[in-house]
Design a protein around this ligand. Structure first.
Ligand SMILES: *[C@@H]1O[C@H](CO)[C@@H](O)[C@H](O)[C@H]1NC(C)=O
Ligand SMILES: *[C@@H]1O[C@H](CO)[C@@H](O)[C@H](O)[C@H]1NC(C)=O
Ligand SMILES: *[C@@H]1O[C@H](CO)[C@@H](O)[C@H](O)[C@H]1NC(C)=O
Ligand SMILES: *[C@@H]1O[C@H](CO)[C@@H](O)[C@H](O)[C@H]1NC(C)=O
Ligand SMILES: *[C@@H]1O[C@H](CO)[C@@H](O)[C@H](O)[C@H]1NC(C)=O
Ligand SMILES: *[C@@H]1O[C@H](CO)[C@@H](O)[C@H](O)[C@H]1NC(C)=O
Ligand SMILES: *[C@@H]1O[C@H](CO)[C@@H](O)[C@H](O)[C@H]1NC(C)=O
Length: 625
């Protein structure tokens, strides 16, 4: 069958509507019977896909028993092969996986409709033509968690799991990763897990973040992350002497990035070099966890002490022109909590459904939990601010979304009491405390050394916190740098239901994992307003800073908040030019235009836009200052 026919077939048959088209209001209004049904349905879909993939693997491995598994797997992930089978199963395949296949089709057939703003370079070319926009500020991009490739550089490994065959291969962020997961799970885990005690690579294993633009322009072949942004920057004249990607090993706790890789020192050198070469201040663009890394850097650079930046006060004012926060997790993401309590990965850490599918399918929840717990970078995304931001048993800021009939402050609920822990429901603060209580002591120690999830009560406390790195990932505990000309931009999506609260069950008799999300209940997960991965409440900090001069923003740095409505194109698997989904927003025409304007020196032409009621909610939150 010709590829063309297949393509036509997809064009004419509307694909099943994406579930994330439901607005939060709708999703909250759905009665429990319906919800129950849809949960069952989605579970069934996953099961049947599992069955298909299992069958395909079995068939292929059985049918060609003469070949090695490796060669067979290469066939299995071969595009033509997958496409042939997947086409028939389109209806039952989760949208995210068929998205991957479609991206392949688009890439390989070059059939993207012309004149669309999703087309490569389109936004950049247009701005160049209409505004004569050219490169001005050096740009450094800081990617989010999970989206940077990680390569093996070890040569020895151990007896059971030699590293040599993996030398310079990506054990995270490639088909090679999927292949290794499937064919050699034990050794894959041994490579990617960190040493619990040191928080670094186990002896004889060496994994490092991939370098350069390749580290994060595509996650896997065909699944773009930063590629659209790079293309558009290229179209207004950027090239490698004026922009770079600061990829990092997101598995590591923040200060370990400096301790092991000198990450923040390198970032500093890069910025200083750009500054002396061009005489221009840098624009730092962070996505998701990358925004937290940038905020941390702004504190690190001016702090004094061994392993700290020692750049002195005024360094940021002198070197940084703008901090662009794209769908950042400045106050954390609720998803990090179930990930660390029970290894829930149902598209948990954002991104790439195929990779996550691999993790769901081939690893038990316990294995996932054990792996995630060794990654000291993940707890940085635990929600910050406790009841101040996330509410308590009485109320939370977002309760207007469901007519105050319930509260998201009731973060982990138990519907049945089956043991000592399920006796009471938990707020955000309680849940983080429980997570730490259940965690092994090395994780507890690491979290206490590296992070802090509360908030400062006084301006003096904010200033004192600047001295220790455990506060730098929490903007409620340290102020912005004294940088009056620093411009802060917050761009994020709204209108895509986002996980916010969970129903858990306690299973006293389960041998190794006795807390899990209760998928038997009518509504196991509660959704709020957000971008599909992080709720808008995490952007409360942007709105607080935007109030003007406060102890949080001592220099009255200007803050521009632009909310982007999620309006995905039903026929574009990645949502098209108007998607504001957590990751796909990096391909949004509007976002690309903003980044180009800021980089080109026209950031002050960007108008703030508010769609949600965040500004009002933040005014009502009981901030101490
Ligand atoms: C909230 O109230 C409005 C108007 O009273 C109503 O239309 C809507 O259905 C209610 N939503 C929920 C989730 O109860
Ligand atoms: C565009 O900008 C460049 C440099 O900034 C300048 O040399 C050129 O004349 C401008 N072109 C137009 C059409 O304004
Ligand atoms: C590391 O590799 C070296 C060389 O193969 C070997 O002698 C040593 O025992 C290994 N160390 C560990 C902890 O496995
Ligand atoms: C926990 O919250 C749920 C849902 O609001 C409620 O049904 C249950 O009674 C609460 N449990 C306790 C122990 O308060
Ligand atoms: C859960 O299991 C652990 C052992 O794996 C045990 O120490 C703990 O008490 C259990 N918790 C409950 C609530 O049963
Ligand atoms: C802070 O900046 C805003 C505009 O950028 C200005 O309107 C306001 O007066 C400033 N506040 C102080 C205290 O300087
Ligand atoms: C914002 O709040 C007002 C009332 O306070 C409400 O009418 C409006 O629907 C809210 N907007 C959104 C987007 O939730």
């Amino acid at each position: 069958m010709g590829v063309k026919n297949r393509k036509k077939h997809t064009k004419n048959t509307p694909e099943p509507q994406k579930t994330n088209h439901i607005t939060p209001h709708e999703s909250l209004r759905r009665d429990s019977k319906k919800t129950k049904k849809s949960w069952r349905d989605s579970r069934r879909t996953v099961f049947s896909l599992g069955a298909i993939v299992g069958l395909l693997i079995a068939l292929y491995f059985g049918g060609f028993s003469g070949k090695t598994n490796t060669a067979l797997f290469d066939n299995l992930v071969n595009f033509e092969f997958l496409q042939e089978y997947m086409e028939d199963w389109r209806e039952v395949i989760p949208q995210s996986i068929s998205s991957l296949i479609s991206d392949f089709q688009q890439r390989n057939l070059q059939t993207t409709p012309p004149t669309s703003l999703t087309e490569s370079f389109a936004v950049g070319k247009q701005l160049r033509r209409e505004m004569n926009l050219t490169s001005k500020h050096p740009v450094i991009m800081v990617p989010g968690v999970v989206s940077t490739g990680i390569e093996s550089w070890g040569v020895y490994g151990d007896e059971e799991c030699p590293s040599e065959p993996h030398f310079r291969k990506r054990l995270w962020g490639s088909f090679y990763m999927l292949k290794s997961m499937v064919l050699d799970k034990v050794c894959w885990l041994r490579h990617v897990m960190l040493d619990p005690e040191t928080g670094l690579d186990p002896p004889n294993f060496t994994l490092r973040a991939a370098q350069g633009f390749e580290a994060s322009d595509f996650f896997m072949a065909g699944y773009w992350i930063w590629n659209k942004v790079l293309q558009n920057l290229g179209a207004i004249g950027y090239e490698p002497t004026k922009m770079s990607t600061a990829a990092y090993d997101w598995r590591l706790a923040y200060l370990d990035l400096e301790r092991r890789d000198g990450y923040f020192s390198k970032l500093r050198q890069q910025i200083e070099e750009y500054h002396s070469m061009t005489g221009e201040k840098c624009v730092l663009v962070g996505h998701s966890m990358g925004s937290q890394i940038i905020f941390y850097f702004l504190k690190w650079i001016e702090a004094e002490g061994p392993l700290y930046g020692n750049g002195g006060q005024g360094w940021v004012e002198k070197h940084i022109g703008a901090f662009v926060n794209v769908a950042g997790t400045l106050l954390g993401a609720p998803k990090a909590v179930p990930a660390l309590i029970s290894g829930e990965m149902k598209d948990t850490i954002q991104l790439n459904a195929l990779a996550m599918y691999g993790l769901e399918k081939f690893f038990s929840r316990k294995e996932r939990l054990d792996m995630i717990q060794t990654w000291g970078g993940v707890p940085s995304m635990l929600p910050k601010g406790g009841s101040l931001i996330w509410g308590d048993m009485q109320a939370s800021a977002e309760d207007a979304l469901h007519n105050n009939t319930d509260t998201f402050g009731n973060f982990i609920r138990f519907e049945r009491q089956t043991g000592p822990f399920s006796r009471r429901n938990l707020t955000m603060e309680d849940s983080i405390a429980l997570m730490l209580e259940l965690a092994p002591s090395w994780l507890r120690d690491r979290v206490h050394d590296q992070y802090s999830f509360g908030y400062a009560r006084t301006g003096q406390e904010l200033r004192e916190n600047e001295l220790h790195h455990s506060h730098w990932s929490n903007p409620l505990e340290v102020p912005l740098p004294d940088a009056p000309s620093l411009k802060i931009y917050c761009f994020y999506g709204v209108g895509n239901p986002t996980e916010r609260a969970y129903v858990y069950k306690e299973d006293k008799d389960h041998p190794d994992l006795n807390f899990t999300i209760d998928y038997e209940t009518s509504q196991p997960v509660f959704f709020t307003e957000g971008d599909g991965t992080v709720p808008i409440v995490t952007h409360a900090m942007c709105h607080k800073w935007a109030q003007g001069q406060t102890p949080y923003n001592p220099a009255n740095s200007s803050v521009t908040v632009v909310e982007i409505r999620h309006q995905p194109d039903r026929f574009d698997i990645r949502g098209g030019a108007k998607s504001a989904e957590h990751v796909d927003i990096l391909g949004s025409a509007e976002l690309n235009e903003y980044i180009l304007r800021i980089a080109g020196g026209f950031g002050d032409t960007i108008e703030p836009r508010l769609i949600s009621n965040m500004t009002q909610w933040v005014r009502e939150m009981p901030f101490p200052m």
